[in-house]
Design a protein around this ligand. Structure first.
Ligand code: MRU
Length: 350
């Protein structure tokens, strides 16, 4: 599935599959302005670190397209720089958002002599390139990672790190898809992932569409399932990986990793190199998004807590590097100690 983020070049519109409504309804949200893209990111019409990055690339295109429509000769550079800043801060944890906006900003800088109208097609090409590259990266990552899974194994995953969370194919689910394409019989346990239910609603939806056997489990069933020997490996995605390998991912991931270590089950993170943020020394410096309380207080629009009760709604947690068996990237599997393997992978890429 690669059409859940689709830019219509002729109409200059971004079409997003509304992930809030899945699995019961497939509805498209159309964005014509960067403000609409920022709102779509904040309200999780589209979510998942690489998908957020690709969406932001097209958001940068829309911001410029609307400035082009202004009266000729109107200064646009300051307004455009401000729009890119706002876009980069739509959500705080996924580093792919900053990475994508900076890539678009670099494209602008490389053509700084052009008018807004002349720049627009270059920015559009860059955003499309980013989208194509993300699918290719996920496929390469899947190939690199599928070797850690053996025929007949059951893999647990947390949240949705699938096609919906990327431009297509997925990171954690990309590893699983590649293993299945290699002829292995893989079963998946999708943790439901309270409160937004990415596992129950999205991971189960896309795996079922691909006929990959999937069972949904409550987040708090993890210890029982592992203790009964029902989990052979865990593969999750990432929103930001610090220079030492500490990994921010959906809230609950750290608990899954600690349980995996207690039960001697390998725990893999699957993410493109663009998710690694070497400016962040370790997990303590990763900003953790806090989301609206009603996401926890309500389920399907109905209250599940007494009215007004305070709640914690941290959207991510950080898994310390010592719980991670390997980081699966498009350039191969990084092994501990991660400070060294991450530095080597990034310098090889440079
Ligand atoms: O809040 P979300 O749904 O954007 O969080 C998504 C996750 O935590 C994913 O696991 C992560 O972005 C990896 S997606 C390939």
């Amino acid at each position: 599935m690669e059409d859940h983020i689709r830019f219509d070049d002729a109409r200059q519109e971004l079409h997003l599959l509304d992930q809030r409504l899945l699995p019961t309804e497939e509805r498209i949200v159309v964005c014509r302005t960067v403000a609409e893209v920022i709102a779509a990111l904040r309200t999780m019409v589209v979510r998942g670190a690489p998908a957020i990055g690709v969406t932001a690339g097209f958001g940068a295109v829309l911001a410029l397209a609307r400035l082009v429509e202004q009266a000729p000769g109107t200064p646009w550079q300051t307004a455009y720089a401000q729009a890119l800043d706002l876009l980069a801060h739509a959500r705080p944890t996924a580093v792919n958002l900053h990475w994508a906006v900076e890539r678009m900003r670099r494209c602008w800088q490389q053509h700084s002599q052009l008018s807004a109208a002349e720049l627009l097609p270059r920015m559009l090409d860059e955003a499309h390139a980013m989208q194509r590259e993300d699918v290719a990266t996920c496929r390469a990552l899947g190939q690199a990672g599928q070797h850690v899974l053996a025929d007949g194994q059951t893999v647990m995953t947390h949240c949705n790190a699938g096609a919906l969370a990327t431009a297509g194919y997925g990171t954690a689910l990309g590893v699983i898809r590649a293993a299945v394409e290699a002829g292995k019989h893989i079963r998946v346990i999708a943790n439901e992932t309270r409160p937004f239910l990415q596992g129950a609603r999205l991971t189960a939806w896309e795996l079922q569409r691909d006929h990959i056997p999937v069972t949904v489990a409550c987040d708090n069933a993890c210890a029982l399932l592992m203790g009964r020997g029902m989990v052979d490996a865990v593969v999750v995605g990432a929103d930001r990986i610090a220079a030492n390998g500490d990994t921010a991912n959906k809230i609950g991931t750290c608990g899954v990793a600690m349980l995996a270590q207690a039960f001697a089950i390998p725990f893999y993170v699957a993410a493109p190199l663009s998710t690694i943020d070497v400016q962040t020394a370790d997990g303590s410096a990763i900003p953790i998004e806090e989301r609206p309380a009603d996401e926890v207080r309500q389920l399907g629009g109905r209250p599940v807590c007494p009215e007004g009760v305070p709640v914690y709604n941290f959207a991510f947690d950080v898994t310390p590097a010592r719980y991670i068996t390997g980081i699966i990237t498009e350039k191969g599997i990084l092994q501990p100690p991660f400070t060294a393997s991450i530095a080597a992978a990034l310098s090889a890429r440079a």
